[in-house]
Design a protein around this ligand. Structure first.
Ligand code: ADP
Ligand code: MG
Length: 253
């Protein structure tokens, strides 16, 4: 069906999905992805943008190695240290914030080494709290801290800013920009927000409706993380004029 391999630290991410099919509750096969090819340079950030239900999360699960049921090929960058931030934070409710993060640490790493990460994400005052006491923005930050704690060489983020209020999302975007710049990590992010993608990514991938494939790709001018509002607006205008269907909302969630 498919084969997967990891590559050296400087290898690109390569995903080829010839076909991905789900079987519906009625027993019908529904093809969600067809003929999709994605290549992302090592240590860069790619953003996948596409309409709701087109298969973004499915692609992320395949990239994470969580779904082997597809026809295609996967080449993972780095040494296989994977960090994933799912759309729902997926924290253990009976463990404190600190313990949720501590659980993923490799034996040779101590919690004290994470001070910088905890600081950047503003989690210092919340380490003894339980997930039920956290806002969604904070819970998302804990999930991000957990993903970075393993020092990933490959990072997957599924809609990290969805359902957050504007100010919280803006802060989290800045924090993520900082984290992905400081570390050598190849990152694939799914977001429905074009401005988020432009702020964070080096390369944009636009998905079609189902069965999804990539209808357009755009390399953004460096440096990532230093794009001001005027630059972001200018790139967004280019997208709207160049990407088929984007201006009418067809490529948005
Ligand atoms: N486990 C599953 N079984 C059957 N259909 C699924 C399953 N997961 C997702 N789907 C369907 O596949 C399509 C793509 O889903 P998903 O990847 O979650 O889209 P997105 O993340 O872009 O919103 C949707 O139509 C969804 O209903
Ligand atoms: Mg999704």
């Amino acid at each position: 069906m498919n084969d997967a391999r990891t590559d050296g630290a400087a290898g690109p991410l390569e995903i080829r999905i010839d076909s991905k099919t789900y079987v519906s509750a009625e027993g019908q096969a529904v093809e969600v992805i067809r003929d999709l090819t994605l290549r992302l340079d090592a240590f860069s950030v790619g953003a996948l943008i596409g309409p709701s239900g087109c298969g973004k999360t499915t692609i992320l699960h395949i990239a994470a190695g969580l779904d082997p049921n597809f026809i295609g090929h996967l080449r993972i960058p780095g040494q296989g240290r994977l960090g994933v931030v799912f759309q729902e934070p997926r924290l253990l409710p009976w463990r404190t914030v600190a313990d949720n993060i501590r659980l993923v640490l490799p034996p040779e790493q101590s919690f004290d080494q994470l001070d910088d990460l905890i600081d950047t994400l503003g989690l210092g005052a919340h380490l003894t709290h339980y997930p039920g006491e956290l806002s969604l923005g904070l819970a998302r930050r804990v999930a991000i801290a957990r993903a970075f704690a393993v020092q990933p060489d490959f990072l997957l983020l599924d809609e990290p800013f969805v359902s957050l209020d504007v100010a919280v999302a803006a802060r989290l975007r800045d924090e993520l920009t900082m984290l992905t710049q400081r570390r050598q990590v190849t990152t694939l992010l799914v977001t429905h927000d074009l401005e988020d993608a432009i702020q964070l990514a080096d390369r944009l991938f636009f998905l079609s409706m189902r069965p999804a494939n990539i209808i357009a790709e755009m390399a953004l001018p460096p440096p990532r993380g230093a794009r001001d509002k005027a630059t972001i607006d200018e790139i967004a205008e280019q997208v709207k004029s160049q990407v088929p269907g984007y201006a009418s909302g067809a490529a948005r969630t």
